[in-house]
Design a protein around this ligand. Structure first.
Ligand code: HEM
Length: 433
């Protein structure tokens, strides 16, 4: 493992910065016509300098933004979901607690650098490069978050951590309709990389694998994206439904403390405060079968209108999706069927109150090997203060009308660690010390 420090953001690849390069690039961008006119007229391209920079470089990527890495909680949970995701499940090969601590320190320093951006250190002329170069000479943060979690297997007898395990953390076992692939399930560690652009997540993936290869190996990986909001409001999943409407408010600390963050002085070990249980379920969608279902029936299966995302009592296409479904006047499920997805996920009864709120932050995946065979679905993601909330909810969903159209194939249960507080802190410090 290497643990390199990084240079500030505003420098280029060492030794490769050419003062003339900006001019050369601009003249290329302006295209043949502009170039010919300039040369024929004997004028310099200096007139272009009057253009706003974005006009002069129309293909420039959008401005990169930074999501702070340090904090009481990890970023990537309450953070509004970025466009792209990579999940990386790792098995730890470190041979003792010291090497495991080194691994967490390395993950911390890589996350600190990648999420802030900067210039990778210069390699000796005969040494391999210190960075893949995918993001150019200066790494842009690009809204990257890196969220790290631990699986139940990390608490086996390898590192002597058994007594410190979060009390509800267990390996994921199959629900009634699951068809779990072991090669796509579980893991000692889970790294969730989210960013505004795909090259940024891929760059981070390669960086993490390179820097951790002596202490961890890749177990499984899945890439996802968030489809755009169409026409507005909430994004749509591959079934064409607006997905992610009913969620606790991530900007309301009271709701987040009630439903998502593990609290100090709870039944959990003290080190776990500020963390949360992280569930990933890789759920295959049977798109071809779904395509044959009339829209009115699809709506009864989900429990919301397809076009608007509104509750079933709404009829207009423009009814806002933020309206709450109401079941008190519909005990028999004539409007919202009793076995519809949302009614089983959250039946709105006093008995189910404590097991009906999770923070969903899912992504859509497409792993189709070719156009004849679709392998598309949901990298279903949720965070909750108690793993039992998710498990109870999923057991209710074993009876849902959506069952024939989806097959869960992988994922796992993890505990997303508390945040890294400052420059001196590192992932899992409380767990390991
Ligand atoms: C993988 C296939 C799934 C699909 C296609 C799906 C789709 C949807 C859709 C379209 C909605 C309605 C809009 C919204 O409120 O976001 C919804 C709501 C919801 N889903 Fe899912 N979902 C899936 C899996 C799950 C799983 C595995 C869980 C948890 C065990 C879950 C829990 C919920 C909850 C809690 C709601 C909000 C219910 C409410 O309060 O009204 N979903 N889902």
């Amino acid at each position: 493992m290497t643990d390199k420090t990084s240079a500030p953001l505003d420098e280029g690849w060492s030794g490769e910065r050419c003062p003339g390069s900006a001019f050369a690039r601009r003249s290329l961008l302006h295209g043949a016509a502009a170039g010919v006119a300039a040369v024929a007229g004997g004028t310099a391209l200096g007139g272009g300098a009057a253009l706003a920079d974005t006009e002069a470089h129309p293909e420039q990527p959008p401005k990169s933004r930074t999501i702070p890495f340090h904090g009481y909680h990890q970023a990537g949970i309450a953070t509004p979901p970025q466009r792209v995701l990579i999940y990386l499940s790792l098995d730890v090969t470190a041979s003792d607690r010291e090497e495991l601590t080194d691994l967490f320190r390395t993950l911390t320093s890589r996350a600190r650098f990648l999420t802030a951006g900067g210039r990778p250190p210069k390699a000796a002329p005969t040494a391999p490069p210190t960075d893949s170069g995918i993001l150019g000479p200066t790494v842009q943060p690009d809204g990257l978050t890196m969220t790290v979690g631990v699986g139940a297997s990390l608490f086996d007898d390898r590192f002597g951590l058994g007594s410190r395990k979060p009390v509800q953390l267990v390996p994921m076992t199959a629900f009634r309709h699951d068809d779990l692939d072991p090669a796509l399930s579980q893991g000692d560690l889970l790294v969730m990389l989210c960013a505004d652009q795909r090259d940024t997540t891929v760059h981070a993936l390669i960086d993490i694998l390179t820097h951790t290869k002596s202490a961890a190996k890749l177990r499984w990986r899945i890439d996802g994206q968030r489809n755009p909001e169409r026409p507005d409001g909430t994004r749509r999943d591959w079934f064409g439904f607006k997905d992610g409407i009913a969620n606790p408010s991530t900007t309301d600390p009271a709701q987040m403390n009630q439903w998502v963050w593990v609290q100090p002085k709870s039944s959990e070990p003290a080190w776990a405060a500020g963390g949360t249980y992280h569930v990933v379920r890789i759920v295959h969608f049977h798109i071809e079968a779904w395509q044959k279902v009339p829209v009115a029936q699809q709506e009864r299966i989900i429990g919301r209108r397809k076009a608007s995302g509104a509750p079933m009592y709404a009829v207009g296409e423009n009814t806002p999706d933020q309206l709450d479904p109401i079941y008190t006047n519909d005990p028999q499920g004539l409007i919202t069927p009793l076995n519809s997805h949302i009614r089983l996920a959250n039946p709105q009864t006093p008995q189910t109150f404590t097991t009906s709120t999770i923070l969903r932050r899912s992504y859509d995946y497409d792993r189709s090997p070719n156009s004849q065979k679709l392998d598309m679905g949901h990298a279903f993601t949720c965070f909750q203060r108690e793993l039992g909330t998710y498990i109870t909810m999923q057991q209710r969903l074993e009876n849902e009308a959506l069952v024939p159209y989806i097959t869960p194939r992988g994922g796992g249960y993890f505990f997303a660690l508390p945040g890294v507080r400052d420059d001196k802190d590192y992932f899992a410090r409380g767990l390991l010390s």
